[in-house]
Structures are given as C-alpha cells and as structure tokens.
Write a protein that binds this ligand. Structure first.
Ligand SMILES: NC(=O)CC[C@H](N)C(=O)O
Length: 217
C-alpha cells in the first residue's frame, strides 16, 4: 500500500509537493488540522517563509502536535523554509521564530545573499546516480552539522563547503526546491524513508482504514 504523506498546507508551494509525492509513489494530502496530521505516515514541510509558517503553525494549533509526532519519530522532509523550521538553531532568524529542533544543525537564513538570491545548479547528491538539478530560492545553508547528521549534498562558496542537503534518522532536509522540477528522485528517497519507517500514525486512525480518512480535501 502506498504510504500516506501529508504536506503542511499553511503556506508555501503545497500543490507542487503533492504532485511530486504522488509521482514518487505516495498518496499525498494537504495537512492543515491536527486530525489530519495524526493520520499521516510522514510529512513534508514546504518552502515559503519560515517566520510565517512558524507563526501559522501556532495559529492552526499544529505546533505542539507536530513536535509530538516528530518526537515519536515520524519521518519528515523539509525544503528550504522547511529545513529552517526543522533546525536546532537558526542564524539571521526572526527573534520570535521558534524551531521544531528535529535536526541537529545550525542553518543560516538567506545565506547565499540578496544579489544571487536565486540560482540553479547540477548538484551531486549522495544516493543518487546522477546530479540533481537543484533550484535555490532565497535559500539557507547549513553552518554546523551535529553528530549523526549525514551531509547528502553541499555547495562551495568562498573556499568553504556548506551543506545544502542533510539527513538525520527519519529527518530529511534540502535548502533547494525539488518540487519545482520534473525530477522526483528526492521525493522518492523520502517516500522510501517513510515506507521503511512503517506506519506510525495515530493507532485509532491507522486501525480505521487510513486510506479513507481525511482524504476529502
Ligand atoms: N524558498 C524559501 O523557502 C525561502 C526561505 C526563506 N528565505 C525563509 O527564511 O524562510
């Protein structure tokens, strides 16, 4: 059975992730309510504006349930703003920005600078045979990688390597936006991760046919 993967749908490019996840073999649904979050096997946190998504998570009463599911080990993939939200520490963040702290990394927001705030590059990526055409949009980079965090891709700037894709256990994050290309290999890696983790959703929901729950939106 295809894993049920949610896309956090409070802000950002939700439809593109749903399309990519579907092409990668998942059943994908938007997640806006705690009950929807409880039903999914994994979650994508899309790009957008991390300060806004952080604020909306609290307004939608999703922040605490999301922290709880992350603490249980629910697989999550954060792209760009999603990576920022998952980071243990954020540099150049808004003073009131709260982190989900699911990844032991320090990210710097808008790290590539304002002049070159968007660019594309063919990026070698651990686990993929061919480079990934990566689209960066006002992207963060990773300045510190904790023990147990695997760097999957990095970019050199001014003689220093900066991680732009990382994985720690069930948490995957990229600074770039695979959902805006036709290449679904990063989403496929996440779908495999969710499959390997097995169904760990709310037991009541899982027993009651997850494939028929919360699918009407
Ligand atoms: N494309 C993006 O997600 C940009 C992220 C944005 N710069 C932020 O700080 O949240």
């Amino acid at each position: 059975m295809a894993p049920l993967i949610g896309v956090l749908a409070v802000q950002g490019d939700v439809a593109e992730h749903i399309r990519a996840l579907t092409l990668a073999g998942a059943e994908a649904v938007p997640v806006r309510r705690p009950e929807e979050l409880a039903a999914v096997d994994g979650l994508v946190i899309p790009g957008g504006e991390s300060t806004t998504i952080d604020r909306l998570l609290r307004i939608f009463d999703l922040a605490e349930p999301l922290r709880a599911r992350l603490a249980e080990g629910m697989p999550v993939y954060g792209s760009c703003a999603g990576m920022i939200l998952l980071s243990a520490e954020v540099l150049d963040g808004h003073p009131e920005q709260q982190s989900l702290a699911a990844l032991d990394i320090t990210t710097r927001r808008n790290a590539f600078g304002r002049q070159v705030d968007s660019f594309e590059v063919d990026l070698p990526f651990v686990g993929l045979d061919e480079p990934f055409h990566a689209v960066f949009i006002r992207a963060p980079w990773v300045e510190r990688v904790g023990d147990g965090v695997e760097v999957l891709a990095s970019i050199e700037r001014d003689g220093e390597e900066h991680a732009v894709a990382v994985r720690q256990g069930n948490v995957l994050a990229t600074s770039f936006h695979p959902e805006v290309t036709d290449d679904v290999r990063v989403h496929a890696l996440f779908v495999e991760l969710v499959r390997a983790a097995g169904s760990i959703g709310d037991p009541a929901v899982v027993e009651g046919h997850p494939s028929t729950t919360n699918r009407d939106n």
